[in-house]
Design a protein around this ligand. Structure first.
Ligand SMILES: *[C@@H]1O[C@H](CO)[C@@H](O)[C@H](O)[C@H]1NC(C)=O
Ligand SMILES: *[C@@H]1O[C@H](CO)[C@@H](O)[C@H](O)[C@H]1NC(C)=O
Ligand SMILES: *[C@@H]1O[C@H](CO)[C@@H](O)[C@H](O)[C@H]1NC(C)=O
Ligand SMILES: *[C@@H]1O[C@H](CO)[C@@H](O)[C@H](O)[C@H]1NC(C)=O
Length: 958
């Protein structure tokens, strides 16, 4: 597209390029006094915080002022270039809150009023006020600057309507109002601009301006039209534009079209169409023969399906084809073959990532001489990478990640001297990669090939012949020595060498690399030694190594620190109480280490922390009160040596979804505020502590609770009848799961990893998560009868009330549940096993042993499949018992252990799956986050997966 623009407006662009920041072409002429005064008036009304207009002073030669261009002989002011320099990289789609915020803080942008003294500049042909911060309507008087040929007011925080008298600017050729918050009611005024060639109204809300299509498509001189993100919808009345051939570049991206506006195919002069990020559905229309000069076609980010139409391959000038992030279902070899017939010599960029392409890559791929950008990531393409790839001498960007490509890492990559980005991640490539593969790739900045079965063990003196920013070789075989070839990398920012068979001491030169990492993943190796400090800005994953010594010092901006399953020892004090830490940390996971001492009480500065897992350490002391000031979603302190009552500040953690304090020595009664305040809890485990008192009725308010484990404490009293209110266990749930939302809607890296792992396993996981409902009250001192109300928890899969002092009959209602595991053993229950138990068709664990039950065991598909052991210690008879009556033996230790561990295994299997799910799986997926060009596609895709996951979760009934 840019190339088109350049051919169309050489004179304008040349001027802009020369005068963008400072114009000094006026050495011989003096400026005209009245015009100077006008400029001074204009300056007077502006707020100029960075004093950009410092050269604009009384008495000076205004032709030498910043941004002013005078005519070289008459001295009249010709051009004003007052665009603010951008402090952030300029994106095409800029009006995000984030950018608006930055822009408002951009000190070099002008603010204030635009004085109509500009009308004095009778010869002004070019006015650029873009990127400033005017926060006002577009001033009407601009419509009276009759000499203007160029007007750029883009990204300058204008709002409101567009003054119709802009239509009086009869000489205007270039008008850019994009990136503002404009809401015109009509575009009729555009018809008045009879020399207009370029129009950009992107980000204006054109919902009311229903005449947009009529006015712009039929405009006699308009060459380039940008209406991106204008809330445009399908036009009900297509117009006939056959006779007009002016429009060359058409950008309708980020609107709400559900089908391609048919009028487009009447614009026979079109060279470039951008309809990306709309809601296009169904097949790609087959009318491209009408616009056969097309060079650029971008239909990415829609829901187009079926296969590419024949007429698309009649476009024998096509340079860029982007169909990524659609649902195109076609053999990739068919597409490549067709493209090779129409566009072998012209195609420069092909992006069909994230579709449903299948089949093999063919040799013709190597024949696209000018191909510079090729992405086929995220499809189901299989087979080897063709050797002809080596012939693509222009290739800069090559991404075939996330497919099923097999075979070797072809040596021909070594010929791609222009290559900058190579991504082969998540395929099934095998074999050995050698130094030779890389020897010619001197321009490479991204080398990504994680998740293949590749091996790379270069000569120990070899060093990488290029400076990479991103290296991702997770799951490669790179060990056993730590790769020395990284030693002279100076720009490395992202490094993934997870699960790479490295069994070595982490070298000091690595810790002292001058590079500043954003992302470092060395998880799942056997790295040893201590780590004094980590120079990483955002993400560290060292999970599952053998690091020892104290916790490393970390960079204050770090957001994710994952050190689980190592042998870090000593206190948490230095990490937690470091005064530099101002709160960006979101995820801290140090489970399975040898941390000792107390959890320090200085969490006040950790406001961003969302996930805290210190499970399986040797931590002692009480829960520090300041922990309650965090906005945690997950708190796991399981299996430490902590004690004391739960601090009442914990009730302020109202975002908690998972609270696991099991296997410690916490005491006191179960606080009522858990039910009152922690209303999002889905998993509550206080198992194996010394809690006493009664189960508070308030627990029944936890509408989302799916796992309740109070087992192995000293809890007395009766089982609350109100358990029937635990609606997540009672309803065929279409209710929200906070945990799911948490892991899906967070657009943070950590969750992206989780989700990407889930890709392709959606069903498996949603089923697993569906299984997770359980109540365990085992091994306490609960008395009274089993409330029949429990029977209404029809979504409950596991119920364990064993080893209490429960009496009375087993309620019939229990038999109407859909339990997979039921343990009532070692109580004092009497009466018969209810005949309704024959309905328990999903049971795979059942135990009623050691009660006072009598009578015959009901007959069913399940009850007879359990051994004697499930029934012993009662007065029961009938199959599966071999004798007529079971004897009333006292429980033996052996039997106890069996029963208990089995019961708890069932629960904890579920729980660990859930925790595993929430925690994500280390070392699997690449840090897409840092690759701008991918991010968009991935967010879109994730959103897709997320929605799908959520749907299957929400609608799943068992
Ligand atoms: C003035 O500018 C015109 C084109 O804009 C150029 O042709 C001419 O040579 C210039 N004259 C002087 C004196 O610089
Ligand atoms: C690649 O996979 C296909 C099946 O998908 C198989 O037939 C072929 O042998 C594999 N090639 C290699 C080199 O492993
Ligand atoms: C690297 O370039 C040289 C010179 O062009 C060439 O001879 C060699 O084959 C290339 N290496 C690979 C692996 O292709
Ligand atoms: C952790 O605690 C366990 C049990 O109290 C003890 O055996 C072990 O030595 C402790 N380890 C460390 C490193 O303190």
């Amino acid at each position: 597209m840019e190339s088109v623009a350049i051919t169309l407006f050489p004179f304008l662009l040349a001027i802009v390029a020369i005068c963008f920041s400072f114009c000094d072409a006026n050495s011989n002429v003096l400026c005209i006094k009245s015009e100077r005064n006008a400029l001074l008036k204009f300056k007077n009304d502006l707020v100029d915080p960075s004093n950009r207009l410092a050269s604009w002073v009384e008495g000076g030669d205004c032709c030498k002022w910043l941004g002013v261009v005078c005519h070289n002989s008459t001295g009249h002011i010709n051009q004003l270039h007052l665009a603010a320099p951008l402090s952030v990289p300029h994106l095409d789609a800029p009006v995000t809150e984030w950018e608006a915020y930055h822009r408002s803080k951009n000190n070099s942008s002008l603010r204030g009023k635009i004085n109509s003294s500009l009308l004095e500049l009778k010869h002004l042909s070019s006015l650029d006020l873009s990127n400033n911060n005017f926060r006002s309507n577009i001033p009407k008087f601009l419509g009276r600057l009759g000499s203007l040929t160029y007007l750029n007011l883009s990204h300058a925080q204008f709002h409101g309507g567009i003054p119709h008298n802009l239509g009086n600017l009869s000489k205007l050729q270039y008008l850019d109002l994009g990136g503002n918050y404009l809401k015109p009611k009509s575009l009729q005024w555009v018809s008045g601009l009879s020399f207009l060639q370029y129009l950009d109204l992107s980000y204006a809300d054109l919902r009311k301006a229903t005449d947009w299509l009529l006015v712009t498509f039929q405009h006699p001189s308009l060459l380039e039209l940008h209406l991106s993100a204008c809330s445009l919808e399908d036009d009900p009345s297509p117009i006939n534009v056959n006779s007009i051939k002016s429009l060359v570049v058409l950008d309708l991206s980020e609107n709400n079209f559900s089908s391609v506006p048919m009028s487009i195919f009447g614009l026979q002069g079109l060279l470039s169409i951008n309809l990306s990020s709309n809601s296009l559905e169904g097949p790609i229309p087959d009318y491209f023969r009408n616009i056969s000069f097309l060079e650029v076609l971008d239909l990415s980010g829609n829901s187009l399906n079926s296969s590419t139409p024949k007429s698309l391959f009649s476009l024998n000038h096509l340079q860029l084809l982007n169909l990524s992030s659609n649902e195109i279902n076609q053999d990739v070899s068919e597409i490549l073959l067709s493209l090779s017939r129409c566009c072998l010599d012209c195609l420069e960029s092909l992006d069909m990532a994230h579709n449903h392409l299948f089949g093999h890559l063919i040799d013709q791929l190597g024949h696209f001489k000018n191909l510079a950008h090729l992405s086929l990531a995220g499809n189901n393409i299989s087979g080897p990478i063709p050797l002809s790839i080596g012939e693509l001498s222009s290739l800069k960007f090559f991404d075939v990640s996330e497919n099923q490509l097999n075979g070797t890492f072809p040596l021909c990559f070594g010929q791609l001297k222009s290559l900058e980005t190579l991504d082969l991640g998540c395929n099934q490539l095998e074999g050995v990669v050698s130094e030779t593969h890389f020897s010619n790739l001197t321009r490479l900045t991204t080398l990504a090939a994680s998740q293949n079965r590749l091996r790379f063990q270069p000569n120990s003196s070899w060093i990488l012949p290029f400076q990479c920013r991103i290296i991702k070789l997770g799951q490669w075989h790179l060990g056993p020595k730590f790769p020395r070839w990284l030693k002279f990398q100076k720009n490395l920012s992202v490094l993934d060498m997870s699960d790479a068979g490295i069994s070595d001491i982490l070298p000091t030169w690595f810790l002292n690399l001058s590079t500043q990492f954003e992302y470092l993943n060395l998880s799942y190796n056997q790295l040893t030694g201590g780590i004094s400090h980590l120079n990483v800005r955002e993400f560290v994953d060292l999970t599952s190594n053998r690091f020892t010594g104290p916790l490393p010092r970390v960079f204050p901006t770090l957001k994710y620190l994952m050190l689980s399953n190592n042998s870090f020892s000593g206190p948490l004090f230095e990490l937690v109480c470091n005064p530099l830490r101002k709160g960006p940390m979101e995820c801290l996971s140090i489970r399975g280490n040898l941390l000792s001492g107390e959890i320090p009480d200085c969490w006040n500065h950790w406001r961003g922390l969302d996930y805290l897992n210190l499970e399986n350490n040797n931590l002692t002391g009480k829960i520090p009160p300041s922990l309650g000031h965090l906005n945690l979603s997950v708190l796991n302190l399981r299996n430490n040596d902590m004690f004391g009552e739960l601090p009442s500040t914990l009730q302020f953690c109202t975002s908690l979804i998972i609270l696991d304090l099991s296997d410690n020595h916490f005491s006191g009664s179960v606080p009522t505020w858990i039910g009152d305040k922690l209303s999002k809890l889905e998993i509550l485990s206080l198992r194996s502590n010394i809690f006493d008192g009664h189960i508070p009725q308030k627990i029944c308010q936890l509408q989302s609770l799916r796992i309740l484990d109070l087992g192995n404490n000293n809890i007395s009293g009766s089982i609350p009848k109100c358990f029937s209110n635990l609606s997540a266990m009672a309803n065929k749930s279409n209710q929200n799961s906070y945990m799911f939302q948490w892991s899906i809607t967070r657009t943070n890296l950590f969750c992206m990893r989780t989700l990407l792992v889930l890709k392709g396993r959606v069903d498996e996981y949603s089923t697993t998560l569906g299984l997770v409902t359980s109540i365990c009250l085992s091994t306490n001192r609960l008395v009274g009868e089993i409330p029949k109300e429990l029977g209404s928890l029809v979504e409950l899969q596991s119920l364990n009330l064993s080893r209490n002092l429960l009496i009375g009959n087993i309620p019939d209602e229990i038999g109407n549940m859909e339990l997979e595991s039921l343990d009532l053993s070692m109580n004092q229950l009497n009466g018969k096993i209810p005949s309704s138990f024959s309905n328990l068709n999903f049971l795979n664990h059942f135990n009623v042993s050691y009660n006072n039950l009598t009578g015959q065991i009901p007959t069913s598909t399940q009850l007879q499949s359990f051994g004697n052991f499930s029934y012993m210690g009662n007065h029961l008879y009938g199959p599966p018992l071999t004798k007529n009556r079971s004897t009333n033996r006292t429980p033996t230790d052996g039997a106890n252990n069996g029963s208990r561990s089995e019961g708890s295994n069932v629960n904890w299997l579920y729980v660990s799956i859930v925790l595993g799910f929430v925690m994500g799986f280390s070392g699997v997926v690449a840090p897409l986050f840092y690759i701008r060009s991918w991010r968009h596609a991935y967010y879109r895709k994730l959103d897709h997966i997320g929605r799908k996951l959520y749907m299957s979760w929400a609608t799943m009934g068992r």
